[in-house]
Design a protein around this ligand. Structure first.
Ligand SMILES: C[S@@+](CC[C@H](N)C(=O)[O-])C[C@H]1O[C@@H](n2cnc3c(N)ncnc32)[C@H](O)[C@@H]1O
Length: 348
């Protein structure tokens, strides 16, 4: 790995263009892997600038594909770029880039959903949580198919200070389909306010950088794309376990446009539903006629506080899942129906 001060001339030598590489290796986009490529290096440079100064930085790029963003990251002076790509067809092209930037590009052929990023970088780059962020950045033009599960997984890592966040408050610069980008940054009262807004904003400063029109990608997706920058907060706005917060928020947003208590009720089994919902709302001191989208993060904090208190009084509550109960009831009804049909047939 080259030391930052040795990177005086870090720009890549002349190489085939990304478009030429795609033709050279016959890299037809795979719909299953949500492959929409960025070939315009001015645009990839613009995305990379949102991450801040990358000179001498450690970077993990998700899904480099034919390497447009990868080139921009290297040209911005990253000292150590680790790319994680699932599709083996891109590996030869990435190796070409690696040869053009000796010692600066490491290639992992694997799945970002299971890759252990905490093992991917040296411990010496770690910073204390309340320090400035470490010199490690996660960057990616994310595959649409994994963007939501991936950001939820990383937010859980932020809450637990694990994975990429075992190095400190690692910053992320990522693309999302525009609708998801709007949900991530939506403020109280907006139509896009959703589970993703609360989960990301209670843990991070979330900044919408700019929108890329769908026509900038090859092949062109149906939607536009938003670039979002995340910096984990020193103090999360809700200080309860991630899983508890996620459960409260998910239930409340089951009925986004209704009074929030409609979703809240579903935290509790039928026998104690009305009573415990009322108790929870009273404890949190919130107007029950507010809609889910009108709740602010301090409201969610108060609701999590109240729910944690109720769970401490009855430990079975934390494992109760309304949807699971619905699923089981449905299965029971189905098997009763099947039994009845079988009996009717044998009686004939
Ligand atoms: C939207 S394309 C972006 C490609 C390239 N970064 C660009 O901007 O042109 C998404 C890339 O992620 C890769 N990919 C999809 N699922 C992945 C996964 N689970 N882990 C790692 N890479 C993945 C795809 O093969 C593809 O190269």
């Amino acid at each position: 790995m080259a030391a930052p001060h040795k990177l005086a001339s870090f720009r890549l030598p002349p190489l085939p263009t990304v478009g030429e590489l795609i033709k050279l290796y016959n890299l037809r986009a795979e719909k299953q892997l949500s492959q929409n490529f960025l070939l315009d290096l001015r645009l990839t440079d613009k995305i990379i600038r949102q991450a801040g100064n990358l000179r001498g930085a450690h970077v993990c790029e998700v899904g480099p594909g034919p390497g447009g963003l990868t080139r921009s990251i290297l040209n911005a002076g990253a000292a150590d770029l680790l790319v994680v790509e699932k599709d083996s067809r891109f590996i030869p092209g990435l190796k070409l880039l690696s040869e053009a930037a000796p010692g600066r590009l490491r290639i992992v052929h694997g799945d970002i959903l299971t890759y252990r990023m905490d093992r991917g970088f040296p411990a010496k780059i770690s910073r204390r949580w309340d320090d400035d962020p470490p010199n490690l950045h996660i960057i990616g033009n994310l595959p649409f198919s994994v963007s939501t599960p991936l950001i939820i997984k990383w937010l859980e890592h932020v809450a637990n200070r694990t994975g990429p966040f075992s190095f400190g408050r690692t910053q992320l610069t990522l693309t999302f389909q525009k609708e998801v980008a709007e949900r991530l940054t939506a403020s109280t009262g907006s139509r896009q306010r959703s589970r993703l807004s609360i989960m990301s904003q209670y843990l991070c400063t979330v900044h919408s950088c700019f929108t890329i029109p769908g026509r900038a990608f090859v092949p062109k997706p149906e939607v536009d794309v938003g670039v979002i920058h995340f910096t984990p907060l020193v103090q999360p706005q809700i200080q309860h376990p991630f899983k508890l917060v996620e459960k409260v928020v998910r239930n409340i947003f089951q009925f986004r446009r209704k009074h929030f208590y409609k979703g809240l009720e579903k935290l509790f089994p039928e026998a104690c539903r009305v009573e415990l919902t009322q108790e929870m709302i009273q404890m949190a001191d919130i107007d029950p006629t507010l809609r889910s989208t009108e709740l602010k993060i301090p409201h969610f904090r108060a609701l999590c506080e109240a729910y944690a208190h109720l769970c401490s009084q009855d430990s079975s509550l934390i494992n109760y899942e309304y949807r699971e109960e619905l699923r089981q009831n449905h299965q029971e009804r189905r098997s009763k129906l099947l039994d009845g049909n079988m009996k009717a047939k044998t009686a004939k």
